[in-house]
Design a protein around this ligand. Structure first.
Ligand code: FAD
Length: 377
């Protein structure tokens, strides 16, 4: 049977989180555009979530993480990732050893410390199998060389970097993941001047003879890319939901404005030319939203969700960007100022049309399943 409802606890969480996001996050969203990391706001949301789910942990699942993504993004798009909590983290940290969990899990799931993912390189983006950063054996440990670029959370406490450990293996094989704490000698950093998501520093991480112990490796050697791609399926739904949250909040603000602003003797909202694009926007967003929650539900039920994740990853951020753009122009010249959050949301969302896999590459994943008949079954 189909069931599209949240549980009563999830409903309550959703409403309370939305109130918190609009009261506490939204008024400070613009600070992030000045490259101020929203640490205090992240702590507040995480404290709230921990407290809310205490005693009802079994419902703090991936669907609840999706709710977090959507609602937090209504207030501050850049607070989402560090607030997603334990169920989301467990997807990311799935290959961590007990010792690695002991060291990092608690700090990461409460947002007190951040972990950065280093896969992309100057010559390897969509085509991850081309990555050339490498690790060589030295005694019981490894020595890492190479450049990772486009690393979000460049100020993170620890870097989860993907490097070649088997020079003879090709493609996705022979690649292993390592945890490298920020203060490890041989690491250096260079931040970008980004268009959006400016609260989260992104940039280049250089590894110049970085020595790490053998137990810095995450999981078994050689198949790190294959394993992390399981996390990407879920992450793509979460990215979709944060973009959708930002867009739905933009529609709500625009609708309120259109009810008050008068032109030619009546409110803007009396014109279907104004309201129909908003109605179309929420229709597209609503369906993308269902697709995102479906992916989370599928993972929760241990079902494969590769092409479903790819579908929402190209569709949701693109739709959200288009809807926010429309909201911006419907606010007239005010929409073009930095007084309103619309321009910041648009810049933030655009980044996630690229990050974690650009549109065309997501479509390639869907096409792969078209070939097998799975996507049309
Ligand atoms: C906001 C943001 C955050 C990011 N955070 C991280 C991070 O934390 N860690 C990390 O490792 N990386 C991160 N990235 C990098 C991101 O994952 C890559 O940008 C992405 O995988 C695309 O790689 P690329 O930029 O090198 O583009 P390219 O691979 O050079 O592709 C350029 C364009 O060509 C298209 N294209 C490529 N191949 C094909 C094809 N076969 N057919 C049709 N079109 C194709 C792509 O879709 C894209 O539109 C981030 C990027 C952004 C924007």
């Amino acid at each position: 049977m189909l069931d599209f409802s949240f549980t009563p606890n999830q409903q309550e969480y959703r409403q309370a989180l939305r109130r918190l996001a609009l009261e506490k996050l939204l008024p400070r969203y613009a600070e992030g555009d000045q490259e101020v990391y929203p640490q205090e706001q992240i702590r507040e949301i995480n404290d709230f979530a921990q407290e809310f789910w205490r005693g009802r942990e079994e419902e703090w699942d991936l669907i609840s993480c999706g709710i977090t993504a959507e609602e937090v993004a209504r207030g501050d798009f850049n607070c989402v990732l560090p607030c997603l909590g334990r169920p989301y983290q467990s997807q990311f940290l799935t290959d961590f050893s007990p010792a690695q969990h002991d060291r990092w899990s608690e700090e990461l799931s409460t947002g007190r410390e951040m972990i950065a993912l280093g896969i992309t390189e100057p010559d390897a983006g969509s085509d991850m199998a081309k990555l050339s950063a490498r690790a060589e054996r030295r005694g019981d440990g490894w020595v890492l060389h190479g450049i990772k670029n486009s690393v979000s959370f460049l100020d993170a406490a620890v870097f989860y970097v993907f490097v070649r450990t088997d020079p003879k293996a090709t493609g996705w094989q022979g690649i292993s993941g390592f945890l490298v704490p920020r203060d490890t000698p041989g690491l250096s950093f260079e931040a970008y001047d980004d268009l959006g998501c400016r609260a989260i520093p992104r940039g280049t991480l250089r590894m110049d003879g970085v020595e790490v112990p053998g137990d810095a490796m995450v999981g078994s050697p050689g198949s790190a890319l294959v394993r992390i791609s399981r996390f990407f399926d879920v992450n793509r739904a979460v990215i979709g939901l944060k973009c959708i949250g930002a867009a739905l909040q933009s529609v709500a603000e625009t609708m309120e404005y259109a009810g008050k602003r008068e032109a030619f003797g009546h409110p803007l909202s009396a014109n279907q030319g104004v309201t129909f694009p908003l109605a179309e926007g929420v229709t597209y967003l609503d369906h993308a939203r269902l697709g995102c929650y479906r992916v989370l539900w599928m993972r929760q039920n241990d079902m494969p969700c590769r092409h479903e994740g790819a579908m929402v990853k190209w569709w949701a951020p693109k739709t959200a960007a288009e809807v926010i753009h429309k909201c911006l122009t419907l606010r007239g010249h005010y929409g073009y100022t930095k007084e309103l959050p619309l321009q910041q949301r648009l810049r933030d969302v655009i980044g996630w049309q690229i990050g974690d896999g650009a549109e065309e590459v997501m479509k390639l994943l869907v096409v792969r399943e078209l070939g097998t008949g799975v996507a049309t079954s």
